[in-house]
Design a binder for this molecule. Structure first.
Ligand SMILES: [Mg+2]
Length: 140
């Protein structure tokens, strides 16, 4: 399932096409793994979504979604007041939007987020094992 760069510059995966009516949209377990998230996203993109947007489009989308999350956090936990148009927004949904686009980028660039997460956790643990414990700002 190695990624392939097409003449349009997109990286498409070489997996069999699944028709949208065969897509399983039934409730999924709460403890879904990152690999399952990547797989489910890939399946959705190739059926309902047709294909991935380009990496540059998805980077712009990711920025947009992070902006929406920042806007909601600023109004919920910060000092900004809510506009009427912001009141229907949901923190979990905005985080899921960010995750969705990040997962798309991971899929189309061949990144295994599970593997990368474990690597990051090990690196942060080795690098910061005493850093935060010794930070007086965190004990207040
Ligand atoms: Mg959003």
């Amino acid at each position: 399932m190695a990624p392939i760069r097409t003449r349009h510059g997109y990286i498409r995966r070489t997996m069999p096409t699944i028709k949208p009516d065969s897509l399983d949209l039934s409730p999924r377990p709460d403890d879904i793994s990152l690999r399952q998230i990547q797989s489910a996203t890939d399946e959705w993109i190739r059926t309902v979504g047709v294909r991935y947007f380009s990496e540059l489009t998805n980077l712009a989308q990711l920025t947009e979604e992070v902006g929406e999350l920042a806007r909601l956090i600023s109004r919920t936990y910060g000092e900004q007041s809510f506009k009427e148009s912001d009141k229907h927004r949901d923190l979990g949904e905005e985080m899921a939007d960010v995750l969705w686009v990040l997962v798309c980028l991971a899929n189309q660039t061949g990144v295994d987020l599970s593997h990368e997460f474990h690597k990051r956790l090990e690196k942060k643990t080795a690098r910061d094992k005493d850093r935060h414990r010794n930070n007086p700002k965190l004990s207040a």
